[in-house]
Write a protein that binds this ligand. Structure first.
Ligand code: 5AD
Ligand code: FES
Length: 349
């Protein structure tokens, strides 16, 4: 284990067999040292900064049927909503006034938001808030769509790979293709986006081998951003009776991802904060460096239910901002409200 920790620290990688061995033999004491190494590695690239992104959940309609997700199309209990172009701009304006210079527009896979409409939304956002970075997270689309949105000024795109294991991926995503997912990620990167990949921890049937594959995929793909969160079973999905992920297992994967991809921007996810009131702070102490407070209109917050008991569904944008600021400062970090680009990202105009 000593050798593996050293290798992680010096070479930022392990083989699949080594990762599995490492996960199997991790003690509490070694875990502490792993988190410490992850935090030191983050500091080399981003100092004590924690970057804030304002999250706008603009539609909870979804044409997909992911087994784990509360917004899956076959969940009839969801009260579906869509934000208009004006409502999205209003949310962003509120965030802008609170100081945010980075916005994430997220939705289910909702094709009512056509290329034309999205181009218009992104162009309006860029015109009104030229110094803000715009990130889209709206699932799989065509190469033409991704190109048009990039040309319109979109800076980043989040598309978690969810799991790098083809068999696990296919069992969780009826009607979807693992190859298409990977293809979308490569296209996004080729176009020039800062791309976010990532996965869930604690999926049913997920093994240490699967998690090793996730880390090796991240190493090879080298995303600008990596989102890792625990799987939280939702009672209106087929996976309602499964165990879900733990804070501890997720922290270990965050730390390993930090060491595998030292320059990544990594959110302390809302799912972490949902499992444990201090989950996001713990994620920061395991190598994460981004927090994404919610800017969605209050009346829609509870309806964007990927999993239940999601935090921050009853808080004004300004309250979230204050709460998160206090939490980050209390943990000894510094708030960064700038665009927060990946430190090695060179934009090509
Ligand atoms: N538990 C945890 N994370 C979930 N996601 C979707 N459903 C769940 C759930 N039940 C994650 C997926 C998706 C992201 C937006 O939320 O990884 O990519
Ligand atoms: Fe939303 Fe704390 S971040 S209330």
């Amino acid at each position: 284990m000593e050798d593996l920790l050293n290798k992680l620290n010096e070479q930022n990688e392990l083989t699949k067999i080594e990762i599995v061995y490492f996960l199997q033999h991790l003690t509490l004491e070694l875990q502490k040292r792993l988190f410490h190494l992850a935090v030191e590695t983050r500091k080399k690239h981003y100092n004590e900064s924690v970057y804030l992104r304002g999250l706008i959940e603009f539609s909870n309609y979804c044409k997909q049927d992911c087994m784990y997700c509360g917004l899956r199309r076959s969940n009839p209990e969801v009260d579906r909503y869509r934000l208009t172009e004006e409502e999205i701009l209003e949310c962003a304006a509120e965030g802008y006034n609170l100081g945010y210079r980075s916005f994430v527009l997220q939705s289910g896979e909702d094709f009512r938001y056509t290329e034309e409409l999205m181009v218009r939304i992104v162009k309006s956002l860029k015109a009104r808030f030229p110094d803000a970075a715009i990130t889209l997270s709206m699932g799989e689309r065509s190469e033409a769509f991704y190109r048009a949105l990039y040309a319109a000024g979109t800076d980043r795109y989040l598309l978690r790979h969810e799991t790098a294991s083809r068999s696990l991926y296919e069992s969780l995503h009826p009607g979807m293709s693992f190859d298409n997912r990977m293809n979308c990620l490569r296209i996004l990167k080729d176009i020039g986006y800062q791309v976010g990949a990532g996965f869930m921890v604690g999926l049913p049937e997920q093994t240490h081998e699967h998690l090793a594959e996730d880390l090796l995929f991240l190493k090879e793909f080298h995303p600008a951003m990596i989102g890792i969160g625990p799987f939280i079973p939702h009672s209106a999905t087929p996976l309602k009776d499964t165990a879900g992920g733990t804070i501890e297992d997720t922290l270990v994967m965050i730390a390993l991802a930090r060491l595998f991809v030292p320059d990544a921007l990594m959110p302390a996810t809302t799912a972490m904060g949902t499992l444990d009131p201090t989950g996001r702070e713990q994620a920061l102490s395991a190598g994460a460096n981004v927090v994404m407070p919610n800017l969605s209109p209050l009346r829609f917050r509870e309806k964007y239910e990927l999993y239940e008991n999601k935090i921050c569904t009853g808080d004004q944008a300004s309250q979230c901002r204050n709460c998160i600021e206090m939490r980050i400062m209390a943990s000894g970090y510094q708030i960064e409200l700038s665009r927060g680009d990946n430190c090695n990202f060179i934009s090509t105009p």
